[in-house]
Design a protein around this ligand. Structure first.
Ligand SMILES: [Zn+2]
Length: 169
């Protein structure tokens, strides 16, 4: 989904609210990503402010299981129309830092804002690291059995330092 800058500028108060409800290319989600973003024009800047909700399919770093994590993000992104640098150094979509923590994406003459790209960038930057299915995840199922057994029967403490391949009968 792309929003034309002219549409933003021609909207009331130069603000255009976008309701997004769709899958985003290269973003593996269990259901469509939803977002409510207000695009506002200020002179040669466009500000995108709103909220994104994505149910992202992830793989747990500890047990390697697939799980779905709901990620909610408050977006506040500024785009500069035209260029801040000489044309020879231009790369569309490049982010430059104006002052500390103030990132601006150059549109480099583009006449639209790519909403899918904004969502993709925001979500991928907010994927937790480490990425675990549950705060209490203790690893794979073999490990889980071992720990449960240890808790239920203290006599098995003797096996603490022995690797058990399969549970005996
Ligand atoms: Zn896990």
């Amino acid at each position: 989904m792309k929003i034309s800058i002219d549409d933003i500028k021609n909207s009331k108060n130069q603000s255009l609210k976008v309701d997004f409800n769709n899958f985003v290319k290269e973003l593996d989600t269990s259901e469509p990503v939803t977002a409510e973003i207000v695009f506002s024009a200020y002179g040669s800047f466009i500000n995108a402010k709103g909220k994104i909700v994505a149910n992202v399919k992830l793989v747990c770093d500890r047990c390697l299981k697939n799980f779905v994590q709901k990620i909610e993000i408050d977006v506040d992104e500024t785009y500069k129309l035209g260029s801040l640098k000489p044309a020879s150094e231009l790369h569309s979509g490049q982010e430059i830092e104006l002052k500390d923590g103030d990132f601006i994406t150059e549109l480099s003459g583009a006449d639209e804002v790519d909403v899918d790209d904004l969502i993709y960038q925001s979500v991928t930057l907010n994927i937790p690291n480490p990425c675990v299915c549950d705060i209490n995840c203790i690893g794979d199922s073999e490990m889980e059995k071992y720990i449960k057994k240890e808790v239920s029967d203290p006599r098995l403490d003797v096996f603490k330092n022995i690797k058990i391949k399969k549970e005996g009968k």
